[in-house]
Design a binder for this molecule. Structure first.
Ligand SMILES: *Cc1c(COP(=O)(O)O)cnc(C)c1O
Length: 379
């Protein structure tokens, strides 16, 4: 055993995967209702993505950012055409995208403090670990990078109390993912956005989990009528290939000039080929309409079959991002669902999190909801 045991792994050894199904080395098949933690939104080895990647594999893999890599411009244009952003920096993960956002915010404003939120999750690097409002993520790694302060989510007064002349940015998830699938209140986000404008503070929205069609919109900020100054993407952007992006408005482009920030692999052509196919698929009205319809169906099934169970406290859902808050730890539910051939996620101790592939069928939903009901009832 040569791997660090940084992950608490479930007893499944993967052999292959296609669409919504993962197969293990013993030939057992699992319905994947976690999508690799919100990554393979279009299903495993989505044919359009696979074709684009194979084509790029036969063209070139890497030349570095010393040269123009035209496919980067194509993906950046796809993202900016479909969002409030104007410029994109490509990197390889969510944490790196947030690092870039924090660096840009400090450079643009000349100020240092970033307000984030309790229960938030922004990554595991030093800056993003400091940004994360969960002690368990930081345990043993101090001292933390300074100038991060934590407000209470959905409480505008607590945000107002944290703002001062040093505040560079307010950074948030519009639906806290790892923190338990907790959506922001519409008024709260409107007030945060207003406060940012008033005090010249940048609003950074971490869309790493909520973006790329997950909630039924291209980006989840669209549900709230707010415009982030900066937003970040990763997870679903490459449908399984590692890619992250930091997207910002044109007013801030000057702060990221030549030599200011870089990544050797950032904008890697293979990852870009995947991202291009992903954006071309997801950023269409027809696709997003289908996501909304299947999400409505899933919602109806959950309300009818899961909500009434005594074990269940509350169901929180935005599109295809679902948190089932329970009265007790959910680890046994995850294990039993695994035995029955279904991957589900948790978010903290007592929340089951479902992030099904956006292309899931009604039949697959019926199957999973049935098994979930049976499992919870058996406890
Ligand atoms: C997963 C996640 C991250 C971190 O992404 P990595 O690719 O693991 O670095 C950051 N923010 C949010 C909201 C996430 O869900």
């Amino acid at each position: 055993m040569a791997l660090f045991s940084t992950y608490n792994r479930l007893p499944v050894s993967v052999k292959q995967a296609e669409g919504t199904i993962v197969e293990d080395i013993d030939g057992k098949k699992y319905l994947d209702f976690g999508s690799g933690i919100g990554v393979v939104n279009l299903g495993h080895r989505n044919p359009a993505v696979q074709e684009a990647v194979e084509k790029q594999l036969n063209s070139y893999w890497h030349v570095s950012n010393l040269y123009h890599v035209p496919i980067q411009e194509e993906v950046a244009t796809q993202i900016t055409k479909h969002s409030v952003g104007d410029y994109v920096f490509f990197c390889n993960s969510g944490a790196e995208a947030n690092e870039a956002a924090i660096k840009l915010a400090r450079k643009v404003t000349g100020k240092k403090t970033v307000i984030t939120f309790k229960q938030s999750f922004h990554g595991r690097t030093f800056a993003t670990m400091a940004a994360t409002g969960q002690e368990k993520v930081k345990d043993g790694f101090g001292p933390m990078l300074e100038s991060f302060v934590y407000a209470t989510y959905n409480d505008i007064t607590s945000v107002q109390h944290k703002v001062d002349e040093n505040t560079a940015a307010i950074m948030l998830e519009v639906i806290q993912g790892e923190g338990g699938v907790i959506p922001a209140d519409t008024t709260f986000l409107a007030q945060v956005s207003e406060l940012c404008k008033e005090k010249n503070i940048l609003l950074i929205v971490d869309e790493i989990q909520t973006g790329m069609g997950r909630t039924g919109k291209k980006f989840a900020y669209e549900h709230y009528g707010i415009e982030p100054d900066i937003f970040t993407l990763a997870k679903g952007l490459g449908n399984g290939l590692p890619v992250g992006a930091m997207v910002a408005k044109k007013e801030y482009a000057h702060a990221f000039g030549p030599g200011s920030h870089a990544s050797t692999f950032g904008g890697n052509p293979i990852a870009m080929a995947a991202a291009k196919a992903v954006t071309e698929t997801i950023f269409t009205d027809e696709f997003l309409q289908d996501v909304k319809e299947i999400a409505t169906y899933l919602s109806e099934q959950l309300i009818e079959n899961i909500q009434p169970l005594a074990y269940v406290k509350e169901i929180r859902q935005k599109g295809m991002m679902i948190g089932i808050a329970c009265h007790a730890p959910v680890a046994p539910i995850m294990q039993k669902m695994l035995d029955k051939g279904v991957f589900v996620l948790n978010a903290g101790e007592s929340v089951i999190r479902l992030l099904p592939p956006l292309v899931v069928t009604k039949k697959e939903i019926d199957q999973v909801v049935g098994l979930l009901k049976e499992t919870i009832e058996s406890l």
